[in-house]
Design a protein around this ligand. Structure first.
Ligand SMILES: *[C@@H]1O[C@H](CO)[C@@H](O)[C@H](O)[C@H]1NC(C)=O
Ligand SMILES: *[C@@H]1O[C@H](CO)[C@@H](O)[C@H](O)[C@H]1NC(C)=O
Ligand SMILES: *[C@@H]1O[C@H](CO)[C@@H](O)[C@H](O)[C@H]1NC(C)=O
Ligand SMILES: *[C@@H]1O[C@H](CO)[C@@H](O)[C@H](O)[C@H]1NC(C)=O
Length: 314
């Protein structure tokens, strides 16, 4: 009864092939959410053969170019990053205002290792940066592994199924959210004896409400000691019933992966390319060419670089 909160047929295949419990989640018995209260929430979408796009998973904006989500959202080997996009800026899937195509997706190197549900995290790099405003913004990552949150009531959100009995016909157009308390990993592990509910995971449970298929990768937002709302978890898996009664939902714990996230982003920032080019250029003994380079060709790059700095400092 182990499910990931993905959508559609391939989850069923995954369930049959592995231990039997992958699902994508949607929130059951949640409430209507307003994107202004969750401006970091995005919809991770895949293009169908007929050209239309379907919501697959949730995700959270870390900065203008990067989204964090769950690795199982990109597990299907039949698709590449170019088959996906992110949509942002509206509470309604049918009214999204901003779309971005995807440059690269970094799944965790140890995703599904050693156990099926381990290291369920990925980073999505966008081709063009997002512009922030009231409906699109970033969320601060929880940066302390020592933050535990047990007993705290955290906010989960997504466009996942609202009622598993209804199946896909219960997919909401409007973003849903729910407030669910964090439980201890020890209690959580009793419900998931085949998994390692260790320090890389965090569990939430409340009778009657839970994330469900289609919520995967989406945010768990908790208030840290400094009073700031931070991204603490990513929806990963839970019981197929999606009602909190059969067992807790399990989430990837963001602070555990903070270094991985930072390293991936730093290694892949364009800024690095600018530095590299500058360095190569500076070492060029042709000074005349250097002057020309600085004067002309580098203008655009400098502009871009400044833009990057500006964005980064926001
Ligand atoms: C494409 O397929 C989906 C699902 O099969 C369907 O809901 C949608 O209406 C189709 N869109 C177009 C443009 O044909
Ligand atoms: C990938 O495509 C093949 C051929 O269409 C299909 O048999 C297989 O089930 C697909 N795999 C997934 C995970 O959807
Ligand atoms: C889900 O839908 C079924 C069928 O319409 C209904 O009987 C049930 O009460 C619904 N469950 C929830 C949690 O709304
Ligand atoms: C959950 O709530 C329902 C309805 O209030 C109740 O019947 C059921 O016993 C509760 N289950 C647990 C495990 O608390």
């Amino acid at each position: 009864m182990h499910r990931e909160f993905l959508l559609g047929g391939f989850i069923v295949i995954f369930m049959a092939a592995v231990t039997g419990a992958a699902v994508v989640a949607k929130i059951t018995n949640g409430e209507n959410a307003d994107i202004i209260d969750c401006p970091w929430q995005i919809s991770f979408q895949r293009q169908r053969k007929n050209g239309s796009w379907s919501h697959r998973c949730g995700g959270s904006i870390i900065n203008e170019r990067w989204i964090v989500s769950a690795a199982h959202c990109f597990r299907n080997p039949n698709y590449t990053a170019s088959d996906y996009r992110i949509a942002a800026g509206s509470s309604f899937l049918s009214q999204m205002t901003v779309f971005r195509s995807i440059k690269r997706i970094f799944m965790h190197e140890f995703y599904e290792k050693p156990l099926e549900m381990d290291n369920d995290i990925m980073l999505i790099e966008l081709w063009t940066p997002l512009s922030f405003g009231s409906t699109i913004n970033k969320i601060t990552l929880d940066d302390s592994k020592s933050n535990i949150f047990v007993g705290d009531i955290c906010k989960v959100s997504g466009w996942g199924q609202v009622n598993v009995t209804l199946g896909p016909s219960g997919d909401p157009d409007r973003l849903q959210l729910s407030y669910i308390p964090v439980i201890t990993n020890e209690v959580c592990a009793l419900s998931w004896p085949l998994d390692d509910i260790g320090s890389s995971k965090i569990c939430l449970r409340k009778n009657g409400t839970d994330v469900c298929f289609g919520d995967s990768g989406g945010p768990v937002i908790c208030k840290t000691n400094d009073g700031i709302n931070k991204l603490v978890g990513l929806t990963s898996f839970g019981p197929d019933e999606c009602d909190g009664i059969f067992g807790p939902g399990v989430y990837t714990k963001v602070s555990f992966f903070l270094n991985w996230i930072k390293n991936k982003m730093n290694m892949n920032l364009e800024r690095k390319d600018y530095y590299k080019k500058d360095w190569k250029y500076r070492t060029n003994i042709n000074k005349k060419k250097n002057r020309k380079y600085r004067k002309n060709k580098n203008k655009k790059r400098n502009r871009n670089y400044r833009k990057y700095r500006k964005n980064k400092n926001k």
